[in-house]
Design a protein around this ligand. Structure first.
Ligand code: FES
Length: 148
């Protein structure tokens, strides 16, 4: 956990994103010099349909305060329906996170096309602000207390 100077908390966020639309949108954001928070650790996936529930849970277990998934727009997945499968998984994990007290708000899914550099940057901004408000993940805090 790093210190942002005012609230003493700067979130660590993991983003799973596909190598097609999402990665192109990231490149577009870079080409247009659109700024977005540096809190996000990107994990590139061949398709968001490969974002297994276990990967999301592992990210939280390894210290993420928030996780999000960025894929191609519905109807434009390069693996046909991978983004739809990811959306179903994200919804299921959000419910699970609510049930176990971590909070489903810490997980989100976004859909962007390759030219949507600003929208891509907005996802990082939105998640960073949301997680700053929520504070550190309860899982990370309890692990720190236990020294694990
Ligand atoms: Fe982008 Fe499937 S290839 S979500």
């Amino acid at each position: 956990m790093s210190d942002n100077g005012d609230h003493g908390f700067e979130p660590e966020i993991t983003a799973f994103m596909c190598i097609y639309c999402a990665d192109m949108a990231a490149d577009t954001a870079g080409a247009l010099h659109i700024q977005y928070p540096a809190n996000v650790k990107v994990v590139k996936m061949p398709c968001t349909g490969k974002t297994d529930i276990q990967y999301i849970l592992n990210a939280f277990e390894h210290g993420a305060d928030g996780v999000y998934v960025v894929g191609c727009p519905i109807g434009n997945c390069h693996h046909v329906r991978g983004n739809e499968r990811a959306r179903v998984r994200v919804k299921a994990v959000k419910e699970l996170l609510d049930q176990i007290g971590i909070g489903g708000q810490r997980l989100e899914m976004y859909f962007v096309s390759g030219g949507m550099g600003q929208s891509f940057a907005n996802t990082a901004q939105e998640m960073t602000e949301r997680i700053r408000e929520l504070g550190p993940s309860p899982l990370r805090e309890s692990k720190q207390r236990l020294g694990t």
